[in-house]
Design a protein around this ligand. Structure first.
Ligand code: ZN
Ligand code: ZN
Length: 218
């Protein structure tokens, strides 16, 4: 018997050999929990994946970004917020595995080098892990840690938000080979896009031609 990673209830295993084979491959979460995550169905903004009936949403119209395109899988609804709280802040490492099937599928199709958004060394010590590399590791995906993040002192909310938009917090942690033409950044949540854009800036200034991103939530 396997238990759902999120609610810990036993998951019913179907009887046929075919479904039990599928089960052992991918199912880590019961259907009750799975429906809590709402897929982004669209129509979506061509740039940032926000629900939008126009080709580009209002946030993206006229905005010049280093990031070429973002795609996200699920809405950042209350269920997703609870999930992230448990995973990131309460350190429930194991639940980072539940998106592995979709991530494998998505990245297999893209064939680009995956670069996770880093956390600063101090943040990593505090939490015990970086949530983005934790998810990739548990999905059996290979990635390159080309980027590192400076640790910034906590400041008042307003200044912090302003600084987040513009101040470069990332730097190259290793030389990027000239063969790296296209990179896909991976992060847990897309909110304003400024984090991903700053990361894309560092990569582009190091000669990468195209930088897109995938996030679990949007
Ligand atoms: Zn469950
Ligand atoms: Zn947009």
């Amino acid at each position: 018997m396997i238990n759902c990673l999120l609610c810990l209830q036993p998951v019913k295993q179907a009887a046929s050999w075919e479904s039990s084979w599928l089960f052992s491959e991918e199912v880590l979460c019961c259907t009750n929990c799975l429906v809590g995550f709402e897929k982004l169905t669209g129509p979506l903004c061509n740039m940032c994946s926000k629900e939008s009936s126009d080709e580009f949403c209002k946030d993206c119209q006229g905005r010049e970004l280093y990031l070429n395109r973002n795609r996200s899988l699920y809405q950042y609804n209350d269920f997703a917020k609870e999930y992230m709280k448990r995973f990131k802040f309460q350190g429930d490492y194991i639940i980072g595995a539940i998106f592995q099937k979709e991530l494998k599928k998505y990245f297999a199709a893209s064939k680009m080098t995956i670069v996770p958004i880093p956390v600063s060394g101090a943040r990593k010590l505090e939490r015990g892990f970086n949530q983005t590399t934790a998810i990739l590791k548990q999905s059996d995906l290979r990635y390159q840690e080309f980027l590192a993040k400076k640790h910034s002192e906590k400041q008042s909310k307003k200044t912090k938000r302003e600084r987040l938009e513009t101040e470069q917090v990332f730097y190259l942690s290793e030389e990027i080979g000239s063969s790296e033409k296209e990179i896909i950044l991976f992060d847990d949540i897309y909110t304003t896009g400024s984090t991903l854009n700053l990361a894309a800036q560092v990569l582009k200034e190091s000669g990468v031609k195209k930088v897109s991103s995938l996030t679990i939530f949007r």
